[in-house]
Design a protein around this ligand. Structure first.
Ligand code: SF4
Ligand code: SF4
Length: 131
């Protein structure tokens, strides 16, 4: 029969032998889970401007803004101050134009910080050369 207090000693020993789980972030690089849903990247080349991502976003974090390249003349603008990182936009995009990357450091001092908005640049229109 175990003597009283033996179990506590065993638990304490296990806890003390365990490696530290905390890290000295931001001085040490954070270990990210493989499937972390971080900052969104948008591929304007694939985007048709259909607006499905904006329609289905539960946080109203995607606004369709004017574009010249997409078929519907609209492109999504992502607002990371509203985003809840649910991944719905990535899942619903029929053209696989949205990717959630592992980037998670998105702190900003103000809500107008351009860091918090992502709207894809459209490639320069190729100038037509007269022959
Ligand atoms: S991850 Fe979710 S909340 Fe964020 S923009 Fe996409 S659909 Fe909206
Ligand atoms: S990113 Fe995808 S879902 Fe959103 S407008 Fe473009 S094609 Fe449509």
């Amino acid at each position: 029969m175990p003597r009283p207090g033996a179990m506590e000693g065993e638990i304490l020993g296990t806890v003390l032998r365990r490696k530290t789980a905390t890290i000295r972030y931001p001085f040490q690089e954070a270990v990210r889970p493989e499937r972390l849903r971080g900052k969104i990247e948008h591929d304007i080349e694939k985007c048709t401007g259909c607006g499905l991502c904006s329609r289905d976003c539960p946080a109203t974090a995607i606004e369709m803004v004017e574009a010249t390249k997409t078929k519907t003349k609209k492109k999504p603008q992502f607002r990371f101050d509203r985003c809840i990182w649910c991944g719905t936009c990535e899942a619903v995009c029929p053209k696989k134009a949205i990717t959630m990357t592992g980037k998670f450091e998105l702190a900003a001092f103000t809500l107008n910080d351009e860091h918090l908005f992502v709207v894809s640049e459209e490639p320069e229109q190729a100038e037509k050369t007269e022959e």
